[in-house]
Design a protein around this ligand. Structure first.
Ligand code: ZN
Length: 133
């Protein structure tokens, strides 16, 4: 079952500069983490129940580098939290919705994540994620 918006992913060119901007707004960074499998550095900023996930590419091969090259900095994906990712993926696929990831993979914070194809979700790259607290 989908429970809530987990986070909003934002592609940035420079993580430190982006963090400074959000700190000027009075928000605080929880943690900075490198996710080698996706070639990104990630900073999470908690605001209420939702987080902002700032994503900086660590390689030109990174999906974030390619995104910025094509479309510039900006909102990259919307992440919805599920209590059971495998189940959610199965149900989503059964409804004929196209997935990028049929199997969960590891994201930041040790969460299990999978992406829904934006061709199926009206132009929004949707991430389904299951937190492992
Ligand atoms: Zn994300």
């Amino acid at each position: 079952m989908l429970k809530q918006i987990s986070h909003i992913g934002i592609a940035v060119k420079n993580l430190e500069e982006a963090i400074q901007f959000y700190e000027k707004l009075g928000l605080k960074v929880d943690s900075i983490e490198e996710v080698p499998s996706q070639k990104v550095r990630v900073a999470f900023i908690q605001i209420g129940e939702v987080r902002i996930e700032l994503l900086e590419a660590t390689s030109e091969e990174s999906p974030i580098a390619k995104y910025i090259e094509k479309r510039g900095e900006g909102i990259h994906h919307l992440a919805l939290e599920t209590d059971n990712l495998r189940q959610s993926l199965k149900e989503t696929e059964e409804k004929g919705i196209r997935l990028i990831d049929k199997e969960p993979r590891k994201g930041a914070h040790n969460a299990d994540i999978a992406f829904v194809h934006p061709k199926s979700s009206h132009g929004v790259l949707l991430e389904l994620c299951e937190e492992n607290h």
